[in-house]
Write a protein that binds this ligand. Structure first.
Ligand code: SAM
Length: 160
């Protein structure tokens, strides 16, 4: 069983073009639990309202909890959260996010847990795909902005 409270040492750092980001202090094996996305849990309706405000300031910390295509709650880490608040997008990410039922079986109140999808070197930036592979099409509810992930398969724009 994954202990969601046990975290690997992370460091928030200033990236060249993406604002703040998160890197791992230690090398990580594939499949390592890294962190969960924490914040205020709000309805998808309230999330849409806040999304409009965040669009105006050009940054968003909303994470859609949709795991089955049905409207669900949204996690907003703008005011409270943990280091995952600073995780940036990559088109070739080293993290994957899963909906995890940990202390509730209510389908609206699962946790969002990040795991490594490959081996990660110490000091490497941790990223996930904002478009989402396990969590429907809108991992973070927002807008469109140019992608600076610099991976060889970069899609150039992030459409949220
Ligand atoms: C959840 S925040 C991530 C932390 C953010 N870098 C910061 O400084 O607070 C999401 C925002 O980070 C920026 N961002 C994340 N990934 C990016 C990327 N690959 N290219 C450009 N900007 C990115 C965008 O401004 C996006 O709205």
């Amino acid at each position: 069983m994954v202990q969601l409270g046990r975290q690997v040492p992370l460091e928030v750092f200033k990236t060249a073009k993406k604002g703040w980001g998160v890197r791992t202090v230690k090398a990580l094996e594939p499949g390592t639990f890294v962190e969960q996305y924490l914040g205020e849990v709000i309805s998808d309706k309230d999330g849409a309202q806040r999304g409009k405000i965040y669009d105006r300031i050009g940054i968003s910390y909303l994470f859609n909890m949709d795991i089955d295509g049905q409207p669900k709650n949204v996690i907003d880490s703008y005011l409270c959260g943990n280091a995952s608040h600073y995780l940036n997008h990559s088109c070739d990410p080293n993290l994957v996010v899963f909906g995890v039922f940990y202390d509730s079986v209510d389908p609206s109140f699962h946790r969002l847990a990040f795991f490594t999808k490959r081996a990660v070197a110490a000091g490497e930036e941790l990223t996930f795909d904002y478009i989402g592979d396990n969590l429907g099409d809108n991992a973070i509810v927002s807008r469109r902005f140019p992608c600076y992930c610099a991976s060889t398969n970069c899609r150039k724009w992030i459409h949220l």
